[in-house]
Design a protein around this ligand. Structure first.
Ligand code: ACO
Length: 322
């Protein structure tokens, strides 16, 4: 047996915030946002919805799709998030309590690739026999930490959650390779402060919304999307043309296009849904994966390539056979 995804669920809040809505209170335009990013609208959590609320809804969706029995044997919960309800306890413990699972639980902070980092840990735990099944959640209530007066970040992000279970799958299916990395020397390009007043290099940590050097993150993203995907494909023993479907982090249409072009993949083998959800950080890839499944884009035996980048700066890619 190998290890792979055995169940998936997602949740997006019902409130839609369009580019036109943003025009009413920010010095921006639908035209600017669309041409620079591809985003048309995003979802915003209700006042009483936080990351744990969204995460629990995503697990409820997983149960609706796969049955309550899907949670049987889950003895580890990893909640990948950049916007936990609290610094402690871990949001994963709130999920554990809600579903009454007999499971260990912890949060994982690795920027947007957090969900892919979580999958790699879950894979290792299942393969090593540390856990029978691992629930890996990617959930964000980014709207709660946004500076709604900062047009350079407020237009980019959205709230959402995705939840998957990693467990045993038949030989020949499941995860084939991971390529993970980090470069903390570029930490200053993307941050949101908490305990310390500044980074070790003296950069004051942003406390009023996310600080992002968009141009630097853009260049970094284009570079690591390329190197990480090629590394994962190579480790999986495949060639780029053997990738059936490319599911990249949904941050910017131009970044996705650059990665797609370098891999030599046609658009019909790429999943894009950022126009409807914006950048939902750790929830972005499970959301895109579920969309692809709902649209019948994934067949038995397909090789899927997933890749993400984000704050840290970090990156992660994986290749799995569905
Ligand atoms: N509306 C209108 N104008 C704007 C807006 C806006 N919302 N935001 C910025 N501008 C202006 C700028 O002020 C600038 O004006 P100037 O030339 O007079 O100074 C101009 O538009 C161009 O700004 P740039 O930053 O150069 O625009 P760029 O083409 O680089 O696009 C963007 C900006 C969309 C942020 C892009 O750099 C990007 O997508 N970067 C990557 C971001 C990303 O993927 N982040 C992921 C984070 S993941 C995580 O872990 C949280």
């Amino acid at each position: 047996m190998a290890a792979g995804l055995v169940a998936l669920g997602t949740y997006v809040p019902s409130k839609v915030l369009t580019n036109k809505d943003l025009e009413t209170f920010l010095d921006t335009s639908d035209e600017w946002i669309t041409t620079r990013t591809g985003i048309k609208e995003r979802r915003i959590a209700a006042e009483n919805e936080y990351t744990s609320t969204l995460a629990i809804q995503a697990v409820e969706d997983l149960i609706r799709r796969h049955g309550q029995a899907a949670l049987d044997g889950v003895d580890m919960i990893i909640s990948a998030t950049n916007t936990p309800d609290a610094l402690f306890p871990a949001t994963a413990c709130l999920i554990q309590a809600h579903f009454g699972l007999n499971a260990a639980a912890y949060d994982l902070l690795a920027g947007c690739p957090g969900w892919l980092y979580g999958l790699s840990q879950a894979y290792g735990m299942v393969e090593a026999g540390i856990a029978r099944k691992v629930l890996v959640v990617g959930a964000e209530a980014l709207s709660k930490i946004m500076d709604w007066e900062d047009r350079s970040t407020a237009v980019l992000f959205g709230d959402a959650a995705g939840a998957a279970i990693v467990g045993k799958v038949p030989e020949g299916y499941g995860f084939r390779a991971f390529a993970l990395g980090a470069d903390g020397t570029s930490a200053k390009e993307l941050h949101y402060g908490c305990v310390a007043p500044n980074l070790p290099d003296g950069t004051p940590l942003s406390r009023k919304g996310i600080f992002m050097n968009g141009r630097e993150v853009f260049k970094f993203a284009v570079r690591v999307m390329n190197t990480a995907t090629l590394e994962a494909i190579h480790k999986a023993g495949l060639r780029p043309e053997e990738i059936s479907l490319f599911i990249p982090h949904q941050a910017n249409y131009r970044i996705i296009d650059a990665a797609r072009e370098r891999l030599g993949l046609p658009w019909d083998r790429v999943v894009v849904n950022l126009d409807r959800y914006g950048n939902t950080s750790t929830a972005s890839i499970p959301l895109a994966l579920k969309d692809a499944l709902s649209q019948g884009k994934i067949q038995d035996g397909d090789h899927l390539l997933l890749v993400s980048f984000g704050a840290g700066l970090t990156w992660a890619a994986t290749v799995m056979t569905w």
